[in-house]
Write a protein that binds this ligand. Structure first.
Ligand code: CUA
Length: 335
């Protein structure tokens, strides 16, 4: 006999918590629907008008009743608020030891990169029992990464990095959907998440290795795009040094201070003039369209690995008039 499961299976650490809240809300709704609907019917019959000249008797509302219908719903919504807020917060705060996976949505596929450089399309392999942090973005329109069995759904938005996390509790293969209408083949933008035992996952990771980690790919791009000609630690540098930059505050020309996180670095590559670093000229050209979203993720992974003294402290170049060498690199990359 075919079965019609009403709910997807529970395969992540917060699946049962999400379901508990959901069932509580359903039960609450059913209870009050029956209560109010039932009372409505009973009262309509019991207090119906029995003759044309009947007049209602004077009613004095008891204060107790009034207090009750304010206090009881208030107590219920406060419970719902704290319950769901607590769940929301834990779903949005990946643990520090989470394994990073980079996902780029594109019409109409999911492109996945692992930190080791492994790439997948419409598939994601993860170990069981390990928290996974998904770093999502899109290279065209808004998509939404949805794995019902994990109760994970997060929008992948062009120009932004959004984070979601999960910890799979059982090995197996689970459906992956796009849950945001993104064009004609939106319904075909599906895939699967394969949860494996850690040892098998390691074997999978080692097999088919592309030979280059995410950060190494970023370093290669950094040299190919000639970023290195300007972003050097010496006094000839026309741009701020990137050593030890990641996660540090950066002083801008306009006096503001921002944190050098993924979002900031992405913007600095795609729209450099948006936030010029204090003490430097806004001479960096835009790399919009020259670096793919995956390339940006690689560059960020590389910049993240650069250790050293905090960036931005080297004295600015004595305003070298010479245009940076990037034009050549851009031409070289233009087919
Ligand atoms: Cu991508 Cu719908």
């Amino acid at each position: 006999m075919p079965t019609f499961p009403l709910f997807p299976e529970q395969a992540s650490s917060f699946a049962s918590r999400v379901d508990a809240l959901y069932f509580f809300l359903v039960a609450l709704t059913v209870f009050f629907t029956l209560l109010i609907g039932g009372l409505l019917a009973v009262f309509a019959i019991q207090y119906r008008r029995r003759s044309d000249d009947e007049r209602p008797s004077h009613v004095v509302e008891p204060k107790v009743l009034e207090v009750a219908w304010i206090a009881v719903p208030l107590a219920i919504v406060v419970v719902i608020f704290f319950w769901s807020a607590q769940l929301y917060i834990s779903m949005n705060r990946p643990p520090a030891n989470a394994m990073d996976v980079y996902v780029v949505g594109k019409r109409w596929m999911w492109k996945v990169q692992h930190i080791t450089g492994q790439r997948e399309i419409n598939e994601l392999h993860v170990p069981v029992g390990v928290p996974i942090r998904l770093n999502l973005t899109s290279e065209d329109v808004i998509h939404s990464f949805f794995v019902p069995a994990f109760r994970v759904k997060k929008d992948a938005i062009p120009g932004r990095y959004s984070v979601a996390w999960f910890q799979a509790t059982r090995p197996g293969a689970y459906h992956l959907f796009c849950a945001e209408y993104c064009g004609t083949k939106h319904s075909g933008m599906i895939g699967s998440v394969t949860v494996m035992e850690p040892a098998r996952f390691q074997a999978w990771l080692a097999g088919g290795a592309s030979g280059m980690s995410l950060a190494a790919g970023g370093e290669k791009l950094f040299n190919e795009l000639a970023c290195v000609t300007c972003h050097r630690a010496d006094s000839q540098a026309r741009g701020p040094s990137l050593d030890g930059l990641f996660g540090k505050p950066v002083k801008l020309q306009n006096g503001e201070t921002v944190t050098a996180d993924e979002e900031y670095i992405r913007e600095a590559i795609v729209t450099p003039v948006a936030k010029t670093v204090a003490g430097y000229q806004p001479i960096m050209p835009t790399y919009q369209g020259l670096v793919s979203e995956e390339g940006l993720l690689q560059l960020i992974a590389y910049i993240r690995t650069l250790k050293g003294p905090a960036g931005g402290e080297a004295p600015p170049a004595a305003a070298e008039a010479a245009k940076p060498d990037v034009k050549k690199a851009r031409d070289a990359r233009t087919p």
